[in-house]
Design a protein around this ligand. Structure first.
Ligand SMILES: Cc1cc2nc3c(=O)[nH]c(=O)nc-3n(C[C@H](O)[C@H](O)[C@H](O)COP(=O)(O)O)c2cc1C
Ligand code: SF4
Ligand code: SF4
Length: 260
């Protein structure tokens, strides 16, 4: 019966891992197929929604918000065409806080794209700027819990008069400005071009991978995480500042949450 469309923005894979577990539960309970749509791609075919389809929109928390680029890509490529497709939203964060991100994603999905948002989930993943924070998450226990959340969401989507849930967060959303830095490249770079191809914004110069346009870089950490020879990192001062900021939450074991 229909498809479960997973619309994800996952620069370093944490969002995708959590979204896959949640969607697996949804799809299993509905007996439907999964279809994945990668919003980090610079060009993406727009999904077409049929009767009986449902959706999961999943993104990472950046500064207590969702990445603005994800909002632009949703606005430009994803519309339900007047069908009130039932949807869940998922905000994945690195153990600090998610603040207004889940609410912002729900607003994009509902008022922006036309989905009927019936559930919200927040989940933990390794902090992509400091991978020792929430290391290994989502782990097997997280994945099992997210699958269970998915089954509960699917059951709610079956109810004809299901109500839209209240979600945590505030409007206007909190202000956030990213650190004014870009990743740096060392001499071990083998010029394989992987980072150039897969940068969500095209910020890295073709043929000169050490050159990053600071106006286009959203500091998503994709290039750092996919480099096969670990030639990229955040500047050392930025790494230190982030580790210091995250130190108070580094040992806390936060829980995934379901809002139905
Ligand atoms: C620029 C940036 C800002 C972030 N801000 C937050 C934050 O405000 N709160 C938090 O808990 N995690 C924060 N994180 C961590 C990410 O939300 C987390 O690692 C997430 O899993 C990243 O998704 P990905 O693995 O799919 O790339 C931030 C990461 C980046 C790169
Ligand atoms: S992915 Fe790494 S090795 Fe390949 S071009 Fe980029 S920085 Fe160089
Ligand atoms: S250059 Fe910036 S935007 Fe591009 S992949 Fe690297 S961190 Fe992300």
């Amino acid at each position: 019966m229909g498809s479960c469309h997973v619309l994800h923005f996952s620069p370093t894979g944490g969002v995708l891992k959590a979204a896959t577990a949640l969607a697996r539960g949804m799809a299993e309970a509905r007996g439907c197929e999964l279809e994945f749509w990668d919003l980090t791609r610079r060009q993406m075919m727009p999904p077409v929604f049929a009767d009986g389809d449902v959706a999961l929109l999943a993104g990472p928390v950046f500064g207590g918000r969702m990445p603005a680029l994800m909002g632009e890509r949703l606005r430009d490529t994803v519309q339900t065409g007047g069908k009130p497709v039932p949807a869940a939203v998922l905000a994945v964060y690195g153990n600090r806080a998610y603040e207004d991100a889940l609410l912002e994603l729900a607003d994009w999905a509902g008022a922006g794209c036309g989905f009927r948002v019936l559930a919200g989930v927040t989940a933990l993943a390794e902090h992509s700027m400091c991978r020792s924070v929430a290391a290994g998450r989502p782990d097997a226990a997280d994945e099992a819990q997210l699958e269970d959340f998915g089954r509960k969401i699917a059951a709610k989507m079956q109810q004809p008069h299901a109500e839209v849930p209240g979600l945590p967060g505030n409007r206007p959303y909190r202000q956030w400005t990213p650190m004014p830095v870009t990743p740096v490249t060392t001499g071990v770079c083998i010029a394989c071009g992987r980072c150039v191809m897969r940068c969500p914004t095209g910020a890295i110069t073709i043929g000169k991978p050490e050159e990053i346009d600071p106006a286009r870089c959203i500091l998503c950490m994709r290039c750092v995480s996919i480099c096969p020879v670990q030639a990229r990192s955040l500047p050392e001062a930025a790494q230190k500042a982030i580790a210091q900021k995250l130190a108070p939450v580094a040992q806390v074991h936060r829980q995934n949450e379901l809002f139905l």
